[in-house]
Design a protein around this ligand. Structure first.
Ligand code: SAH
Length: 595
């Protein structure tokens, strides 16, 4: 017996027989995405249900001579040995692998008993000689190889990627893998444990330390937390909220962080695959809670740094644009804590861009002013309204301006700005919740009021705003305004994103960061392709981001059925073979109906 693992996705497999044994084989094949044909005059209800759901093709008749030869893999599980024998003869004669249930002589392969822990498969087989021994042994081993191995395998895979990215010699690489295994797997009990970020860093630092000369580019190997020496604080810009608009460097810093201190505005851009053990601290305003005062944030950053941790201070947009990033940098510098700045895409540029407004345009706008609307409260005098109002070839972008809108408009008009100057407001730019109004300076207050624009929003004033109508590329996308949850590794992310949706991609099981992201803004749709996904996502249903108006799009009958069983509100079903174009079309049609 020569053990192999077969890749069955898309392969044609035949099951002859429709009883309980056949049903279990069919389920196993479907779990691997095989294309299953079942030939049987009578079938148990489970098999009939699979046929109704379109997951198998069922032919209710007896086996016809010779038909096994066109399949990749054949199972026979009828109670008639002569039929089983014919299937076996046909298949084996044509070189097709065949297995007759409970009849080792009529098998060219056996199916092992399997223990699965994520990507780890343990297969047990006795060549058909003593199945009872295999069953008992499997039960014993299941206890030894606990469920934690699934998570450990994922962590090990991430560790492998990390090590490969280090650019160290192959000897060093192997040493790192050995050490990782030895430190996290108990050789006696076979218990596996996912190491926390700092511990993993220590492994890397110790083994890869002497190999640093082999690294190229950025110094990727950093020593783990060392008592007494402060850790690096990265002031990272999260971008305007859409998860795809975080920078690559920002993403890398987040993935390597021990602690992340984030604002509410930055929450939707947190990477959903942020490792479990990362300390997550929200310092922004959340429902019913006041934001943490700036001095406390400063001292929190200093404290975390002094614990030797690598800290990411994640802020909406760019950290140095109205984000008080400058003050935090000052405090860190004064405390002697090392810091760096990872700039982000500021909302004042990205928000208008998403609404079709270029903030500069040749011969129209040659200057951009970023203004905080707070400055026009209580007659602060730092803003030169006279200059802004008399500068027709420029764009004015005001942050934090929802409440102050009437005052700003009043000041500009008072200082002589043309009331017909094009003007707009953009709320929650780049996210699935983006809304905008386009008007003139004199009409903006009323229009914004009518549309009910709420913070966070920007005011944009200047000649280029008039392009919004023609360049409203995002507004013309069929899925604009949708915030859609998909799971990692599916093929939906890109097509949905291209169709204008904000797509949140999560790995399962959900990480604490994924929970933060999912609750940051309301979802509109969820796409699920398996029962397991339905079950894993059920925990967030009914939370802040997942209200009753969310539509769940189930690919295939299995997830659809599971979602209904669990009482999901709006459940739509797509064929299991649905292509991305069709899915986008269906979602767009539903979107149009609701709009
Ligand atoms: N550092 C941030 C700005 C922080 S001040 C940046 O560079 O973007 C907070 C203000 O930013 C909000 O009141 C709002 O005016 C603006 N803002 C942030 N994200 C926004 C978004 N997605 N859409 C519109 N305005 C946004």
């Amino acid at each position: 017996m020569f053990p192999v693992m077969l890749q069955l996705a898309g392969r044609r497999c035949l099951v002859v027989g429709g009883g309980g044994v056949a049903y279990r084989k069919i389920q196993g094949l479907l779990a691997e995405n095989a294309r299953v044909t079942v030939v049987a005059p009578e079938v148990v209800p489970g098999v009939a249900e699979l046929a109704r759901e379109g997951r198998i093709s069922l032919e209710r008749r007896s086996y016809a001579d010779g038909e096994a030869v066109t399949y990749a893999l054949v199972f026979a599980a009828t109670d008639d040995r002569s039929v089983n024998r014919r299937v076996f003869d046909d298949a084996s004669g044509a070189g097709v692998w065949v297995n007759v249930a409970d009849d080792p002589e009529l098998c060219t392969f056996h199916v092992p008993a399997v223990i699965r822990r994520g990507a780890l498969h343990l297969a047990l087989a006795s060549g058909g000689t003593a199945p009872f021994a295999v069953r008992r042994l499997r039960r014993l081993l299941q206890r030894w190889i606990g469920p934690e191995w699934g998570e450990w395998m994922e962590a090990a895979a991430r560790f492998r990627e990390r090590v490969r990215g280090l650019g160290v010699s192959s000897v060093c690489r192997e040493a790192l893998f050995d050490r990782y295994f030895e430190e996290t797997v108990d050789g006696e009990t076979l218990h596996a444990r996912v190491p926390a970020g700092p511990e993993e860093d220590r492994i890397v630092a110790r083994e890869a330390g002497e190999d640093r000369a082999y690294c190229n580019g950025e110094p990727v190997v950093r020593p783990g937390p060392v008592a007494g020496s402060p850790g690096l604080v990265s002031l990272v810009g999260a971008g305007p909220g859409n998860p795809g608009l975080l920078t690559l460097r920002g993403y890398r810093r987040l993935m390597a962080a021990d602690a992340v201190v984030y604002d509410r505005l930055a929450a939707p851009a947190l990477p959903c695959d942020l490792p479990q053990g990362v300390e997550l601290r929200c310092v922004g305003k959340t429902a019913g809670r006041h934001p943490v005062p700036q001095e406390e944030i400063n001292s929190m950053l200093i404290r975390l740094s002094r614990q030797g941790k690598r800290v990411v201070r994640l802020k909406g947009g760019d950290p140095f644009v109205f984000g008080r990033g400058g003050e935090e940098a000052e405090a860190l510098a004064a405390a002697g804590c090392p810091f760096e700045v990872v700039p982000g895409i500021t909302s004042g540029i990205a928000g208008p861009a998403w609404a079709g407004i270029p903030v500069t345009h040749r011969r129209e706008a040659v200057r951009v002013t970023l203004l905080t609307a707070h400055e026009c409260e209580k007659d602060r005098t730092q803003v030169r309204w006279d200059l802004l109002a008399q500068d027709p070839s420029s764009t004015l972008v005001a942050y934090m301006g929802v409440k102050a809108l009437p005052r700003i408009v009043g000041k500009l008009l008072e200082a002589g700005m043309d009331p017909e100057t094009p003007a707009a407001m953009v709320e929650r730019g780049t996210t699935g919740a983006q809304r905008s109004v386009v008007s003139t300076l004199s009409g903006l207050v009323e229009e914004a009021l009518r549309a009910g624009i709420r913070p966070p929003a920007l005011i944009v004033v200047g000649p280029t705003v008039r392009h919004a109508e023609r360049l409203d590329w995002a507004g013309r996308c069929p899925l604009v305004g949708r915030r859609i949850l998909v799971t990692r590794g599916t093929r939906w992310l890109e097509p949905l994103e291209r169709a204008g949706a904000e797509v949140v991609e999560v790995a399962l099981p959900l990480t604490p960061a994924a929970h933060v992201v999912l609750e940051a803004l309301p979802l509109s749709d969820v796409v699920v392709a398996s029962r397991e996904e339905v079950e894993a996502l059920d925990v967030v249903r009914g939370g802040e981001g997942w209200g009753p108006e969310v539509t769940a799009w189930c690919i295939g009958g299995g997830p659809w059925q599971r979602a209904r069983e669990l009482g999901w509100d709006r459940v739509e079903r797509a064929e299991s073979q649905v292509g991305s174009d069709e899915l986008v079309e269906e979602l767009a049609a539903a979107h149009a109906r609701h709009a």
